[in-house]
Ligand binder design. Structure first.
Ligand SMILES: C[S@@+](CC[C@H](N)C(=O)[O-])C[C@H]1O[C@@H](n2cnc3c(N)ncnc32)[C@H](O)[C@@H]1O
Length: 247
């Protein structure tokens, strides 16, 4: 949580919810009329039916927009809420930060009357499919290797459920790790990197060699030759997964 008190300061500059990803998440919440958002950050992707956000970082809570659902400062592992507090509970790009994953997932299931929705990613798939970490910045992938949770493990902890690929549009407005897969110059921008936790936490010192190589490949046109097929795609699957379970 202290991490996001630091990272979060510049976080929302490049992190505007993408409407296509929002539509997929909101569809996964189905007919739930009340939703609790755990690890809510600044409130990205919260549908209007959100009744409460749970977030440990004061800095992130302070960046919630006016009119957003009320927020309580707490961790997933100990939700200050009764059983069955809302129809659905969602946890987006947060489970990899939790100190006790099993306790956190058990809390989501306790508080959700019916449905739990988790947005996460498959790190093995991500490493293989995403050119930035595969070809230029393996150091950044190494950090996530230590904390990414395999979706199958989450499904087991949830007691079952389905996985939906979340494909990333080429003009994704939410500047997370793979958002700029078809806009490679963006990764050379320190402000873009500041909004991506795997890069911000790895630090520019460790990324310098890879970024210099990327800049040279872009200038020489080598990146575009090597990745010409990417330039024809509208969306890409690099391993982001929406996990949906009912109980
Ligand atoms: C990558 S951000 C995602 C925020 C938001 N869900 C989104 O999709 O934009 C991860 C969030 O998880 C929060 N977090 C870290 N540890 C947590 C914990 N133990 N319980 C709940 N949230 C936690 C961080 O403070 C941060 O706001």
């Amino acid at each position: 949580m202290a991490t996001y008190d630091t990272l979060g300061v510049r976080y929302t500059r490049t992190r505007q919810p993408d409407p296509r990803i929002a539509a997929q998440i909101h569809a996964a919440l189905a007919d739930a009329t009340t939703v609790i958002n755990v690890g809510a950050g600044a409130g990205s992707y919260e549908p209007p039916r959100t009744v409460l956000a749970v977030e440990p970082s004061k800095v992130m809570i302070a960046q919630r927009p006016p009119g957003a659902a009320p927020a309580v400062q707490a961790v997933a592992e100990r939700l200050p809420l009764p059983d069955n507090a809302a129809d659905a509970v969602m946890a987006l790009l947060t489970v990899h930060h939790w100190t006790d994953l099993a306790a956190g997932i058990s809390e989501l299931r306790r508080v959700a009357r019916r449905r739990v929705v988790i947005l996460t990613w498959d790190q093995r798939f991500f490493r293989e499919r995403f050119w930035l970490v595969r070809d230029y910045l393996p150091e950044a992938a190494a950090l996530d290797d230590t904390r990414a949770i395999p979706p199958d493990q989450l499904i087991d902890l949830l007691g079952g459920g389905r996985q939906e690929p979340v494909c990333i549009p080429h003009d994704c407005t939410d500047g997370f790790g793979a958002a700029y897969w078809r806009r490679p110059h963006a990764y050379l921008d320190p402000q873009v990197r500041a909004g991506i936790s795997m890069l911000a936490q790895t630090g520019d010192g460790a990324l310098e060699t890879g970024l210099t190589r990327l800049a040279a490949d872009l200038t020489a046109g080598r990146w575009h030759i090597r990745h010409s097929e990417l330039l024809t795609l509208e969306t890409i699957d690099v391993g982001y997964r929406l996990l949906v379970t009912d109980h």
